[in-house]
Ligand binder design. Structure first.
Ligand code: ZN
Length: 331
C-alpha cells in the first residue's frame, strides 16, 4: 500500500493508493495544517492521518511502505534529508507579526517519515505537479518542459534533457521569485521578502493586494472589454509572459503547461496573450514552443503527490474529464 501526501500552507491531504483500484485512491482525508506545538507537529499529523485513512479503508497502517509527499518550498537539507522552511508553516522565519502560533525555523519531514514508512519521496509541489503532467497530462513525451501554476502563489517545475531539475537544496524552479520587471515602478512586497518579483505582482493574492479586488473580478471585467481592467490584465500578462519567455530562453524548452486556479478559470482570456508574449521575441528560440493548459486541468495539484510514487500508479483521471490541450491549441 502506498500513500500520497499533499502538505499545503492551509490544508494537509492524505490519500491511500492501491495500484489495482481504478483511480488509485481507496481512502482520503484532509484537515487544516498543524501550526502549533513542536516543529514535528506536521509530520506527526501526517502519520496520524495515514493511520486514520488505513483504518477507514480496513487495512493495517503497517502495510503502507511508500509515501509521495508534495510540499511547498523552500526546503533545507539536514544531513541530506528535506525539511520544510515554508513561510506559511514555519512562524519563526518572519516572526510573530506574520501571525503563525509557532516559532519554528524549520519543520522536519523526510527523516521521521522515512523511519516510519520506509520509502519516502518529498518534492516541491511545483516539481510534483510537473511530474504529474509528464506522467498523465499535457507534458507527456517532452524532455524539455516546464509546468507553471498560478494560484495564490506561483509554482514552477522544470525538466531539461529528460531530467527534472532540483538544485543544491532541492529548491530549483522558484522562478516566481525572480524579477521580471522594474521593481521601483511597481513596489509590491512578496511573502519571500522580495519587492517587485514575479509572484508579488501577478499571483492571485498579489492581485487582491495590488488592485483591491480578486483575480476573477479583474479578468472577467477584462474579458468583457472594460478598458481599465483590460489595461491591468494586459500588464499582468506582460509580467507572466516575460517569466515564461525567460524560462524558454534559459532552458531551451519545447513546452510549457499552465495550471493553477487563476490560470485555469481564465484560460480563454490568458492563453492567447501568454502565447503571444512568449513568441514576441527571439523566434529562433521561441517559435513552435507549445504553451498549453495543463492536461490534468484543475486536478493537477490533487494528482501531484500521487505522481511521486514509484511503479504502477493508476491514471487518476476519470475518463470523461480529460481536457485535450493539443485540440485547444489547434482550435
Ligand atoms: Zn517572492
Amino acid at each position: 500500500m502506498k500513500a500520497c501526501v499533499d502538505i499545503g500552507g492551509t490544508r494537509v491531504a492524505v490519500g491511500l493508493v492501491h495500484e489495482h483500484v481504478p483511480g488509485g485512491l481507496v481512502a482520503r482525508r484532509s484537515e487544516a495544517t498543524a501550526t502549533s506545538g513542536s516543529p514535528d507537529a506536521v509530520v506527526l499529523q501526517v502519520m496520524r492521518m495515514v493511520e486514520q485513512a488505513s483504518a477507514e479503508a480496513g487495512v493495517d497502517a503497517n502495510e503502507v511502505n511508500e509515501l509521495g509527499v508534495a510540499a511547498p518550498g523552500p526546503f533545507l537539507l539536514r544531513e541530506g534529508l528535506v525539511e520544510l522552511t515554508t513561510p506559511h508553516i514555519c512562524g519563526g522565519l518572519a516572526g510573530l507579526s506574520r501571525g503563525l502560533p509557532n516559532g519554528w525555523l524549520s519543520a522536519p519531514s523526510k527523516a521521521p517519515l522515512r523511519r516510519r514508512f520506509g520509502r519516502v519521496r518529498v518534492e516541491n509541489v511545483g516539481v510534483a505537479a510537473l511530474e504529474a503532467e509528464r506522467r498523465w497530462g499535457a507534458l507527456q513525451g517532452f524532455a524539455h518542459c516546464a509546468h507553471v501554476s498560478r494560484g495564490a502563489g506561483i509554482g514552477v517545475g522544470l525538466c531539461v534533457d529528460g531530467r527534472v531539475l532540483r538544485g543544491k537544496n532541492r529548491n530549483a524552479a522558484h522562478a516566481g521569485h525572480s524579477f521580471v520587471t522594474d521593481s521601483n515602478a511597481d513596489a509590491a512586497l512578496c511573502g519571500c521578502g522580495n519587492v517587485g518579483d514575479g509572484e508579488s505582482l501577478v499571483a492571485g493574492d498579489a492581485i487582491e493586494r495590488r488592485f483591491g479586488h480578486s483575480a476573477s473580478t479583474l479578468f472577467m471585467a477584462a474579458a468583457r472589454g472594460d478598458a481599465q481592467a483590460l489595461r491591468k490584465a494586459d500588464g499582468l500578462c506582460t509580467v507572466v509572459g516575460r517569466l515564461l519567455f525567460n524560462l524558454v530562453t534559459t532552458l531551451d524548452l519545447q513546452a510549457i503547461g499552465l495550471g493553477g486556479s487563476v490560470f485555469w478559470h481564465h484560460r480563454q482570456f490568458l492563453l492567447p496573450r501568454l502565447r503571444a508574449a512568449v513568441e514576441a521575441c527571439l523566434p529562433s528560440m521561441t517559435a513552435g514552443v507549445l504553451v498549453v493548459p495543463a492536461g490534468l486541468g484543475d486536478q493537477v495539484t490533487g494528482c501531484a503527490a500521487l505522481a511521486l510514487l514509484a511503479g504502477t500508479v493508476p491514471d487518476p483521471r476519470p475518463p470523461q474529464a480529460m481536457p485535450s490541450p493539443r485540440a485547444e491549441l489547434v482550435a
